[in-house]
Write a protein that binds this ligand. Structure first.
Ligand SMILES: Cc1ncc(COP(=O)(O)O)c(C=O)c1O
Length: 371
């Protein structure tokens, strides 16, 4: 059983993917070829954003967004400690300081109730993450941010295709950033990402930053990076986009099935009724996570911990002001979360096997006094 089954997906979409990739090999415009513009148009339309800027990765998308907003040394950017490292890494790379705010224990996303107290005169941006495929409470975050005149970047690396109160993830704030890492709900065959905005000036800056800060060849009004999306990757994404909605529906169906059959024995994902989740991960909580993971492995079932160490406890982001106990919800989640296999090609029989093993381990632990 695969955690994410890209081989089966390829065998089903092979003709379309090969056609698209071969077209790039034929025309030879590997850098900023026509597929990049075509994809940007398609993704902008899909998210109802005015602008989409393809990037070399989700990490570069975040970096480009922060650079476009002018984040630099001495600035603070508020974010969550319960996320993939890239969220805070990009802030630190620019010489700014990630300021963490604890998460809501049910959604795993930044708790807007705690935001106000973290804002200072140095706060230059707020960067919530739409974790596991469900949007953060963007209305609450945006409301506070706009009161204080602070831009908001949605780290939507895991949530492309999700909706929040009827609107699309990536188009919920000043800038939205996503990732097309192969295992993401919409993934390419290498690294890829995109930034979204409705602000023309920001879009122009982001387009320049992704190509060494240039506005025309060898003219550089800004300091930038080499952050372009490869044409080949855009071609793969165009092919995969055709079945993306069906795949999202399949993920949702599988998550419903998991939750129906597991919610009496473990904590299953909580999805706000006003949102739809793309289930980049299907993440449960269990007391005996290590045992559960071992038994799953012994039964040929892969699982993963997203994420075992919150970022404020990572040496790279250590500051004396925060330590163990500073963000109790993130720390508690890090001890207990476990992601189960979920992808559009997971067979019913494989899913049944996962459910049976989880139920058995958890029930045994409950009845065995030594545990
Ligand atoms: C929340 C989050 N932010 C940023 C990233 C970085 O994306 P990429 O791996 O495409 O650079 C990821 C990727 O896993 C992620 O999950």
């Amino acid at each position: 059983m695969e955690f994410v089954d890209l081989k089966t997906q390829y065998s089903i979409l092979k003709t379309k993917i090969n056609e698209r990739m071969n077209a790039v090999l034929e025309h030879g415009q590997f850098i900023m070829g026509p597929e990049v513009m075509e994809l940007e148009e398609r993704l902008a339309a899909r998210t109802e954003s005015r602008f989409c800027v393809g990037c070399a990765s989700g990490t570069d998308a975040l970096l480009i967004a922060l650079m476009a907003l002018g984040v630099g040394p001495g600035d603070e950017v508020i974010t969550t400690p319960f996320t993939f490292v890239a969220t805070a890494e990009t802030i630190a790379l620019l010489g700014a300081r990630p300021v963490f705010v604890d998460i809501d224990s049910r959604s795993y996303n930044l708790d807007p109730k705690l935001l106000d107290q973290a804002i200072t005169l140095h706060t230059r941006a707020i960067m919530p993450v739409s974790l596991f495929g469900q949007c953060a409470d963007m209305d609450a975050i945006n409301a506070l941010a706009s009161e204080r005149g602070i831009p908001v970047i949605e780290d939507a690396a895991q949530s492309f295709g999700a909706t929040y109160k009827g609107r699309q993830s990536c188009n919920l704030s000043t800038i939205g950033c996503t990732s097309f890492f192969p295992s993401k709900p919409l993934g390419c065959y290498g690294d890829g990402g995109a930034c979204f905005t409705n602000d023309q000036e920001l879009a122009t800056r982001m387009r320049q930053i992704r190509v060494h800060g240039q506005d025309r060849r060898y003219h550089h009004p800004l300091v930038g990076i080499n952050g372009r999306l490869d044409t080949i990757q855009a071609a793969v994404l165009l092919a995969k986009l055709e079945t993306f909605d069906t795949e999202i529906a399949d993920r949702a169906r599988m998550s419903t099935s998991y939750s129906e059959k597991l919610s009496d024995v473990v904590m299953t994902p909580f999805v706000e009724p006003s949102t739809t989740c793309v289930y980049a991960q299907y993440t449960i909580q269990a007391d005996n996570r290590r045992d559960l993971q071992e038994v799953l492995k012994a039964n040929g079932i892969p699982s993963a911990v997203h994420y075992p160490v919150p970022l404020h406890l990572q040496p790279a982001f250590f500051v004396p002001e925060t330590n163990i106990g500073s963000f109790p919800q993130a720390e508690a989640a890090a001890q207990r979360v476990l992601s189960l296999p979920i992808h559009p090609y997971l067979s019913d029989s494989d899913q049944t096997k996962v459910i049976e093993v989880v139920r058995e381990v958890v029930s045994n632990a409950a009845t065995c006094p030594s545990n």
